[in-house]
Design a protein around this ligand. Structure first.
Ligand code: GLN
Length: 193
């Protein structure tokens, strides 16, 4: 199995290291040709406006959208999830529109722009997941075919799945907990339907 990691900008190296820990071949993707033969794609955190611009300049946006429509699994963390959304509220950044969700960028404001919290994520089992939020978005709206995987105590949705698309507001690649990456790999192999 080969997983592409969009490497335009942001925390892509951490995803590559996490995949390597799981013995998975990870391929940094900067050009459309590098998407050939990947079984799934990770879009990392970073600055969504910058990643969006770079994806456009390198003609990656069209290619990723086409492959995702054809069933390529995609996993977006933080800015990655913002870019997967069909709508970014109050913002003109161009997203890929892969998941039928509306996200709000920098939703926690300046006072608490970064924090870590243990989240209950039923699909990952009993043990809470250490979720690292860095100037994170939230999921404000989702359609019926979107499954919310995790919520904060106040019920805010922060992780979701739609078919083979997985998006979350936090950064599993910055922890030693490999369960979310394993979960994505199970979506890729078809073990998790
Ligand atoms: N605040 C960033 C954005 O809106 C996302 C931050 C992150 O990816 N950690 O693009």
């Amino acid at each position: 199995m080969k997983i592409g990691v969009l490497a335009s900008q942001g925390a892509f190296i951490e995803h590559i290291i996490t995949l390597n820990k799981l013995d998975i071949e990870a391929m940094p993707v900067r050009l459309p040709v590098e998407l050939k033969g990947v079984d799934g794609l990770i879009i990392p955190g970073g600055e969504s406006t910058t990643i969006s611009r770079l994806m456009d300049s390198y003609k990656l946006a069209e290619e990723i959208t086409a492959l995702a429509r054809d069933g390529m699994p995609v996993f977006g963390t933080c800015a990655g999830m913002i870019l997967m959304a069909s709508e970014i509220s109050g913002n003109t950044t161009r997203s890929l529109g892969l998941m039928d969700i509306t996200v709000k960028r920098n939703a926690f404001g300046r006072q608490v722009d970064s924090f870590e919290t243990d989240l209950k994520i039923p699909v990952l089992g009993e043990k809470p997941f250490p979720a690292v939020f860095i100037r994170a978005p939230i999921i404000e709206r989702y359609s019926n075919n979107v499954e919310v995987l995790a919520r904060l105590d106040d019920n805010t949705a922060v992780a979701a799945r739609q078919d083979k698309l997985l998006g979350m507001a936090f950064h599993p690649e910055l922890t030693n907990d490999l369960r979310f990456h394993k979960y994505f790999l199970e979506i890729v192999t078809g073990k998790r339907n």
